[in-house]
Design a protein around this ligand. Sequence first.
Ligand code: R5P
Length: 267
Amino acid sequence: MALAYDPLFITSDKSAMDVPSTPPPMMLTQDELKRIAAHKAVDFVESGMVLGLGTGSTAKHAVARIGELLRQGKLENIVGIPTSKKTQEQALSLGIPLSDLDAHPVIDLSIDGADEVDPHLNLVKGRGGSLLREKMIEGASKKFVVIVDESKMVKHIGGSKLALPVEIVPFCCKFTAEKLRELMEGYGCEAKLRLGGEKGKAFVTDNGNYIVDMYLEKDMGDLGAVSDAILRLPGVVEHGMFLDMASTVIVAGELGVKIKNKHSSCC
Ligand SMILES: O=C[C@H](O)[C@H](O)[C@H](O)COP(=O)(O)O
């Protein structure tokens, strides 16, 4: 059944977004909203581009769409740089030619989901465990388009009582988790080693590392200072705060699609 969704209701203007131009459409599922945001992002893709391919339940719709356009001959000469083994598998199954950052150190456009987005377009990512490769690839991108459903929009990242993931080396992981907890104690932090690996063991990232999920009770305030402090801890590989990296965030909600661009997004 066709969705009762008005694709023409797209705005990058806050005031316009606040006043819906169409009656509320029928309820869309979260997955339908994710797909709508993903397809809108793929409109930015042009033939000949080197593309960062994101990971997760939203990004998979973008990868599928890119595969579909290639198959239809509407896109040509695309090279994809996958941000995880899972995305690599999906892209290969769709016939998307793949490469890596060694061969393509500059990426034209990356498209990926996020766990949280604040009004300045700072992100939390990595609840799916792919934050390191994502940060490397998206950080090497001329344009980074983030795709989310409206449930991901928050006032302050990391303060939602959902996890801020930190990738750490497996060596003495409890020691590093405790150091993280101590560092973030002032924010009411609980630090948990992520499980979900074989036989209930630790979750292992594509890079052979572990993840500590930090649950914070308070907002972090100076995100840059917190980021630096986390990265200074020996044993930490990377964290899931993506500060000042997104060029554009595409938010799909019940009332339409909102496009937020860097430097014109705030408040
Ligand atoms: O590690 C996972 C990635 O950062 C994902 O992009 C993020 O967790 C958002 O995933 P989803 O689109 O499934 O909510």
